[in-house]
Design a protein around this ligand. Structure first.
Ligand code: SF4
Length: 506
């Protein structure tokens, strides 16, 4: 990014330097202009001439940018477990203990494109929560959603994942676009939609299958699918927005196959919205399956929240982290990380196909994943010159479909407003203070639950929320037991270690 601060400072506060950079709190990659005194951030604004944020930052981005560098709970020293307790240590001590089959887990706010490529030099067992798509995850930029006449959003509410991109949907609607939302909770997109269908996750997939059938001339008996298929065929300017959650379910193949069919028949554009990786990466499910076969496991983020219990297998576990989260507590070595705003960062994990670089906003003591891999394995950090977008068209993929069962109640494990830093920031914690599972009154009555519900052997507080679809229980994925303010139950206890984002209840 090569943009300058504004000629006239946007702040009235006292500062001695200004910096332009990019927020990597999600895949929108909004530009900011920041005002500093020494190494301290005194004020921050969206950069007015930035094409992504267009002069604004969302509250989550501001919270992350301001909080992380000064958060008192940051891990600041290398810690090595000895006799059940942690003591201070060095990377030299750690080096002699690594070896065998190596696994590496990547997160989205402390590891970047260089780290990913460097990790692949060490091992092909590179894992992540990102969905690996070996095809173009988007045929157009989010700014181009604005020009579409028909938008179909499927389990996709960008306000929970790629926050500022919602504005391009809103713009399109205000210009007269027909917006159909099909998803399992009523949110911002549903609020703006011309028409909303709020149904449990398998029925979202079924709708997409019906839409594919209808555009091909079939008759599914689904009136809405028939009507929207007609609009897509008639107006010829449409985009399908697919939430990444749908691709973390057993119906991934069904979603991709339907997308192929609709695109082939109508030429519709599409965007996968959420945490997407263009580089090869194994899933959380793979990590759960393979962990017992790994000798040295290096993690960022908080992957052990996906494991059902505290038995995380036998690897020598090294965790590079901002905070002493659950994974840190279950690891043998804890190494302080630096966040995206404290390092040279090259963001790449999003469905929009964007890669952007940003220099450090403030300096901090800590390590990047690449630095740790260099120290432990002697690999050189990858110098990124690669083009980003996989050239493959979605229509050329071979996919396997799984029958969609419509019966029963489903637990939807999904993000809410708190991102993958979980609840270690007081700011983001304040957006979603306590862990509750949400279901509508009809579902609660059919299950005979009132105050609490047992899932995976855990008793969870219930909040009645009529924005959630029938036969759906929404479980927020960002709580865990060691977070400081209001500890919760980790996601792995609910999904029983499957890594699947939609699981049958009961
Ligand atoms: S929308 Fe995303 S990139 Fe933009 S400010 Fe918010 S978190 Fe940061």
């Amino acid at each position: 990014m090569n943009q300058n601060p504004t000629n006239i400072p946007l702040t009235v506060k006292d500062f001695d330097s200004e910096k332009v950079g990019v927020c990597f709190g999600c895949g929108c990659y909004c530009g900011y202009v920041a005002y500093l005194k020494g190494n301290s951030l005194v004020d921050i604004y969206g950069l007015p001439n930035d094409p992504n944020g267009m002069g604004s930052l969302c509250s989550r981005g501001i919270a992350l940018l301001q909080d992380i560098p000064v958060n008192p709970m940051r891990v600041r020293k290398i810690l090595i477990r000895e006799g059940g307790r942690f003591r201070e240590g060095t990377l030299e001590e750690v080096r002699s203990r690594v070896g065998g089959k190596v696994g590496i887990f990547l997160d989205r706010v402390t590891t970047d494109l260089k780290d990913h490529l460097t990790a692949l030099k060490v091992t092909d067992r590179v894992y992540s929560e990102a969905v690996h798509l070996p095809f173009r995850p988007s045929t157009l930029k989010p700014q181009e959603w604005t020009g579409k006449k028909v938008i179909v959003a499927l389990e996709c509410d960008p306000v929970f994942s790629e926050v500022m991109s919602v504005r391009w949907i809103v713009d399109a609607v205000e210009k007269g676009a027909y917006l159909l939302y099909v998803g399992s909770r009523f949110g911002t997109v549903a609020q703006k939609a011309t028409e909303s269908i709020i149904v449990k996750p398998p029925l979202v997939v079924r709708f997409l299958e019906n839409l594919a059938e209808e555009v091909e001339g079939g008759n599914t008996g689904d009136d809405t699918a028939g009507r929207v298929a007609e609009l897509i065929l008639k107006l010829g300017s449409s985009v399908l927005l697919i939430g990444d959650t749908l691709l973390r379910t057993r119906w991934r193949g069904n979603v991709l196959r339907s997308l192929q069919r609709i695109r082939k028949r109508t030429g519709a554009d599409y965007t996968v919205v959420g945490d997407v990786s263009p580089l090869p990466v194994r899933s959380v499910e793979d990590l759960i399956r393979e962990i017992s076969d790994i000798d040295t496991l290096i993690t960022t983020g908080n992957p052990f929240v996906h494991l059902p219990d505290e038995e995380v297998g036998g690897p020598f576990k090294i965790h590079i982290t901002l905070f002493p989260n659950l994974t840190a507590n279950l690891s043998d070595v804890v190494i302080p990380a630096v966040s995206f705003q404290e390092r040279e960062f090259r963001g790449y994990r999003n469905g929009f196909g964007q890669v952007r670089s940003s220099g450090p906003l403030v300096s901090a003591e800590g390590y990047t994943l690449s630095e740790v891999l260099k120290a432990l394995f002697g690999v050189e950090v990858y110098d990124v010159t690669l083009p980003y977008l996989p050239p493959v068209e979605v229509a050329r993929l071979n996919v396997n479909e799984t029958p969609v069962e419509e019966e029963g109640v489903y637990i939807l494990v999904d993000r809410t407003l708190v991102d993958d830093l979980g609840h270690w920031s007081l700011w983001t914690h304040g957006m979603e203070k306590e862990q509750v599972v949400r279901m509508n009154r009809k579902t609660a009555e059919s299950l005979g639950v009132s105050e609490t519900v047992f899932i995976g052997g855990e008793e969870l507080k219930v909040r009645i929320d009529n924005n959630v679809a029938d036969d759906t229980i929404l479980f927020p994925d960002s709580f865990e037991e060691t977070q400081p303010f209001d500890p919760g139950v980790r996601v792995g206890k609910v999904t029983r270690g499957t890594g699947d984002r939609v699981v049958r209840y009961g």
